[in-house]
Write a protein that binds this ligand. Structure first.
Ligand SMILES: Nc1ncnc2c1ncn2[C@@H]1O[C@H](COP(=O)(O)OP(=O)(O)OP(=O)(O)O)[C@@H](O)[C@H]1O
Length: 527
């Protein structure tokens, strides 16, 4: 009996102890849970559980806690320490470590001071002005101020902060902080001292060398490859263009403005399209489906810009399509600042890659990895060192001329008739739109591409007009234009109009050219 009572007491004690244990677990569990909820709530600042980010063209939601842990993991591996950014500012705001993105958050006052009360404007984009900000430590950043009353802007703002907190690559323009204060929203980026690729490419004064351009193409492909294949989930840029490629002090290129949901393109009505005209994949226009291959199309357009320095808004594609009609057509549309300074074989190889990128069928366009590999091969390929005149270009141009001349009637004593035959040929090729003489061709209303191509041909043909037994002499490697004058055939294939004119001015040939032009005028008068 006693034995039984002992057992009951022991049972009760064990039960009570077990109860206390369970109660403690529940108590601490609830405390832990509440703490987590508080932290989570704090992380979302305004009790927003998820924020939309754009991935692969689809709206999706990112769990903040996951995004936070991701951003921290990324930052510790590749991003300059957040603490060092903290020390850039004299009085960082209290909650400068924004948990949403893992990026530091700064006060309006901080930025106002760093931008000298917003007087250091760098430029203005569709989201608002961008200012240069100098930090107390001397560090420089770029501050993009988003429009205060733009609803879209607010969404972009959170989208970008969240997304950029997770993304990091040396060929992306990194977000280094942000500001939400008194209704102001700003994105703080690393400063790119050489501005945009578009600015440099289209500047009158600046010359981007061929080597720089190949390196820029490589840098862009690295950045886009990271977005497409390195980021999880993958990111489609949606607005790749030369204005969104920024260059640092060593001219290394970084992709900017990714992760932004762009405004619709305005074309007089609601287009529903996003991106920038001239860079938009035609397949996206017809299907409204935006994929990584649409980015590849835009990248192809940038590659053609690098080769030609022709802006997509200035009929770049028209030039490209016409140039595609012959193997070396791209030589004719090569940026004139590069003529004689680069290897034409490399130019053609890069153009071939660009052509693949703009293939009509998206699935036939290469991946960024493939593009990267192909550009690397161009750079690494051992090519014969050439001086200012590329022999590849020289030979092919010379052959072209020889072929044109060969197709003329060599028995014809009158050069004027030869000219006419050439015109006929150019007319049939679609290079010129009317069969007038060469002398007036320059004034014809031909497309700008044709004019450029025509001027090249004109330079060559004007010489041809003064040749005696032109074909024979060209084939022998020199040209006799009179009893005493032999022209270096290199001038026949020069693609630099200015060099040609200078040379003509200082040579005996000038008189001949003038005589020839007079003859043509007479010929025109007769017809
Ligand atoms: N991180 C940066 N460093 C230096 N300059 C910058 C930086 N970011 C933007 N800029 C400059 O600020 C200007 C505006 O840039 P922003 O990205 O807002 O517009 P955009 O790309 O030119 O046009 P859009 O917004 O229509 O795409 C441009 O001249 C750009 O070169």
């Amino acid at each position: 009996m006693v034995h039984k009572a002992d057992l009951v007491i022991i049972g009760i004690c064990v039960g009570v102890a077990f109860g206390i244990l369970i109660a403690s677990l529940v108590f601490f569990g609830i405390r832990w849970y509440k703490r987590r909820v508080r932290l989570h709530h704090h992380a979302n600042e305004r009790s927003v559980a998820t924020l939309p980010i754009r991935t692969n063209g689809l709206e999706t939601s990112v769990d903040f806690s996951a995004s936070l842990s991701n951003s921290i993991a990324i930052k510790t591996s590749g991003f300059p320490a957040t603490n060092s950014q903290h020390s850039w500012w004299s009085h960082p705001s209290k909650d400068h470590f924004a948990s949403a993105s893992g990026l530091p958050r700064y006060s309006y006052k901080d930025i106002q001071k760093a931008t000298q009360n917003f007087t250091t404007i760098l430029g203005e984009g569709s989201f608002g002005p961008v200012y240069k900000a100098t930090l107390p430590t001397g560090g420089v950043v770029a501050v993009k101020v988003l429009g205060t009353n733009s609803k879209q802007g607010e969404k972009e703002f959170f989208t970008e902060v969240t997304l950029l907190g997770r993304l990091h690559h040396r060929n992306l323009v990194n977000l280094v902080g942000y500001c939400v204060d008194k209704g102001h929203r700003m994105l703080i980026y690393e400063f790119m001292s050489n501005g945009s690729l578009a600015n440099l490419l289209y500047s009158e004064e600046y010359i981007l060398s061929w080597e720089d351009r190949v390196q820029i193409a490589l840098d862009i492909s690295h950045g886009v490859e990271y977005l497409h294949d390195g980021a999880v989930p993958p990111v489609i840029h949606r607005d790749l263009k030369s204005a969104n490629i920024l260059l640092d002090q060593s001219l290394r290129a970084k992709v900017a403005d990714f992760g932004l949901s762009k405004e619709e393109v305005f074309d007089g009505r609601n287009s529903g399209l996003k991106g920038t005209y001239g860079y938009i994949d035609p397949m996206y226009i017809s299907t409204s489906k935006f994929t990584t291959k649409s980015d590849i199309y835009s990248f192809g357009v940038i590659l053609f810009e690098l080769i030609t320095a022709i802006h997509p808004h200035q009929n770049l594609m028209e030039y490209v399509n016409l140039a595609a009609m012959s193997f070396d057509g791209v030589d004719e549309i090569l940026d004139k600042k590069l003529v004689g300074t680069c290897n034409l074989e490399q130019v053609r190889s890069l153009a071939a890659i660009a052509h693949k990128c703009i293939h009509r069928t998206p699935s036939k366009r290469p991946s960024t990895g493939e593009i990267l590999h192909a550009i690397l091969k161009i750079r690494q390929r051992r090519l014969i060192k050439e001086d200012t005149m590329s022999f590849t270009g020289y030979d092919s141009s010379r052959m072209k001329l020889v072929n044109i001349l060969k197709q003329m009637d060599p028995r014809d004593p009158y050069r004027i008739d030869i000219t006419d035959a050439i015109l006929e040929k150019l007319y049939n090729m679609g290079v010129i739109t009317t069969r007038k003489s060469l002398a007036v061709c320059e004034n014809l209303s031909v497309s700008s591409f044709c004019r450029r191509r025509l001027s090249t041909i004109l330079v060559r043909l004007k010489f041809a007009e003064h040749m005696k037994e032109a074909v024979t002499y060209i084939e022998q490697g020199h040209i006799r234009v009179g009893p005493d004058t032999v022209i270096d055939p290199a001038f026949l294939v020069t693609r630099n109009m200015e060099d040609f004119i200078t040379w003509v001015d200082t040579s005996k040939i000038k008189r001949k050219v003038l005589e020839y032009n007079d003859k043509l005028d007479d010929y025109d008068a007769m017809n």
